[in-house]
Design a protein around this ligand. Structure first.
Ligand SMILES: NC(=O)c1ccc[n+]([C@@H]2O[C@H](COP(=O)([O-])OP(=O)(O)OC[C@H]3O[C@@H](n4cnc5c(N)ncnc54)[C@H](O)[C@@H]3O)[C@@H](O)[C@H]2O)c1
Length: 465
């Protein structure tokens, strides 16, 4: 604990005087020699964002020396799709021992992130994991122990933090534009394309992604923790499964084999995508993973309606909700401060004069190649006793609002650059965002508020360390 506190202290110092201290999770990757990377979990996120994009954007900075997945067919396709020249593996230990990477990128399904994070740190490698860090409190504790025992970096790929729009909000809060924050309203709406997509796959099972309280809301809770610059202290939540899973009017194994193609609004024809066919369908024979599984199947055991109250160590309280079958995708946010209020929202179609198809908007958000396609969204700054001001922020539509590429640039191009708004995320950020979701699950199960301090040995702090 002692050692960890000291490291956390040094880490905060590095945030104040970035470029001089050595402990920021993004600090210190070599800018002169090529980084040797391996990637484990060659699904869509791994091979596109962490695979093909890295190879295309940073050929002088890095090279892949291994790709690994439990599915031999998928890992073989991954290599072709990425245009990589490295060997492929189905045995992670063999890959690490033979290839001796500098950095391991973990993009498997959520439930097994911890296995590769812990092994990777033990092997003496830096590790970068996709969100969520992991799916429950015991695994959080195991990861904390492994990180403390190692002298290597563990980075959590919180891309949302890096978008210009959320960064503008952080800037306003950090400069005290509305004084001390007392409460927050945060509502996130997933539409019938994006929201539904989680119920088609492993995300629909509690033991796959820890429910959307963890898999999806980890992004939102991380933003809240970062914006408020405080740790969460206590969570009370409600949740239910009322739309997908057992609630469907009919069900099948998957869309391809379904007798209700014509009647089902959610029918999704995976055969129309050559990429999805090669990545998933061609490799079902190895592991039975159905990418187009029925979202009304009875085994789905996560919530599709979620609502929580979170009290922070700095006394701010948050009202949060997540909807998974909204006709539009977007979010709304308001901060109440002692000196005013900030209102923010993105993609609310009736707030702007455009009516883009929801399917296209979702495809654009995931796309890594939409450099020129931008959107302007307002942030409203309303100080008490004054007129409100509208601050227009331009963001990219692609790559999660421009967050994706800025995260990459920070890690691989400017690892030693100053980080005045504390964008870089490490293990404590990863754990704290997961624990809000874990606490929400426990609160629903017990009907009681849950204290974050009782979940791991991290004690919530009013000022993030
Ligand atoms: N930050 C973001 O915005 C963002 C976006 C999408 C996905 N993600 C994250 O990326 C990760 C992958 O998501 P995806 O959509 O690519 O999922 P996916 O299902 O397409 O890929 C997951 C891969 O993990 C492999 N896998 C499963 N169990 C394994 C094991 N025990 N060992 C090794 N490999 C194993 C599967 O075979 C599959 O290839 C998830 O953690 C997800 O949360 C993050």
């Amino acid at each position: 604990m002692e050692n960890h506190s000291r490291r956390s202290f040094l880490y905060s110092l590095s945030m104040l005087a970035a470029g001089t201290a050595l402990t920021s999770p993004l600090y210190g990757f070599s800018t002169t020699k090529k980084l040797k990377l391996v990637l484990v979990g060659t699904g869509v996120r791994g091979i596109s964002f962490w695979g093909k994009r890295l190879l295309e954007q940073y050929p002088d900075k890095l090279e892949f020396v291994g790709l690994c997945d439990i599915n031999p067919g998928r890992v073989a396709y991954a290599k072709k799709f990425m245009g990589a020249s490295c060997p492929t593996f189905t045995d992670f230990d063999k890959m690490i021992k033979e290839q001796k990477p500098d950095l391991i990128i973990v993009t498997t399904k959520d439930a097994v992130h911890h296995e590769y994070i812990i092994k990777g740190l033990k092997y003496g490698c830096d590790v970068l994991t996709e969100k969520p860090l992991t799916i429950d409190e015991d695994k959080c504790q195991q990861i904390l122990a492994a990180e403390r025992a190692s002298n290597k970096k563990l980075i959590v790929g919180f891309n949302y933090r890096w978008g210009p729009y959320v960064t503008k909000i952080k800037e306003l809060l950090a400069e005290g534009a509305i004084g001390e924050i007392t409460s927050v309203d945060f509502n996130w709406y997933l539409n019938t394309h994006h929201g539904a997509s989680y119920f088609r796959r492993w995300h629909g099972l509690m033991n796959g992604g820890g429910s959307l309280w963890v898999h999806k809301a980890t992004h939102h809770f991380d933003l809240l923790n970062w914006w408020l610059d405080s740790d969460p202290e206590e969570v009370f939540a409600y949740g239910a499964l009322e739309h997908y899973g057992k609630n469907g009017p009919f069900r099948s194994k998957n869309c391809r084999s379904c007798d209700h193609k014509k009647d089902c609004k959610y029918y999704w024809d995976i055969t129309k995508s050559d990429h999805d066919m090669r990545l998933y369908v061609d490799n079902e024979k190895y592991d039975g993973y159905l990418r187009d599984a029925c979202l009304f199947r009875n085994e789905i055991d996560i919530y599709d309606k979620m609502s929580a109250q979170i009290r922070y160590a700095n006394k701010a309280v948050v009202n949060y909700s997540l909807t998974t079958y909204s006709p539009f995708e977007g979010w709304r946010l308001a901060f109440n401060g002692q000196k005013g209020r900030i209102e923010a929202w993105t993609d609310i179609p009736f707030f702007k004069n455009e009516n883009l198809s929801q399917a296209e908007l979702h495809a654009a958000e995931m796309n890594q190649n939409l450099k020129e396609d931008t959107a302007v969204e307002p942030v409203i700054l309303f100080k008490n006793w004054e007129n409100f001001k509208t601050i227009n922020v331009t963001s990219e539509r692609g790559g999660h609002g421009g967050g994706d590429k800025r995260l990459h640039d920070k890690i691989f191009v400017n690892p030693n650059a100053a980080d005045p708004l504390k964008h870089s995320a490490g293990v404590r950020d990863g754990v704290m965002s997961v624990l809000i979701g874990v606490a929400a699950r426990k609160s629903i199960q017990t009907g009681q508020p849950i204290k974050i301090a009782n979940l791991t040995d991290l004690k919530p702090s009013a000022n993030r360390v």
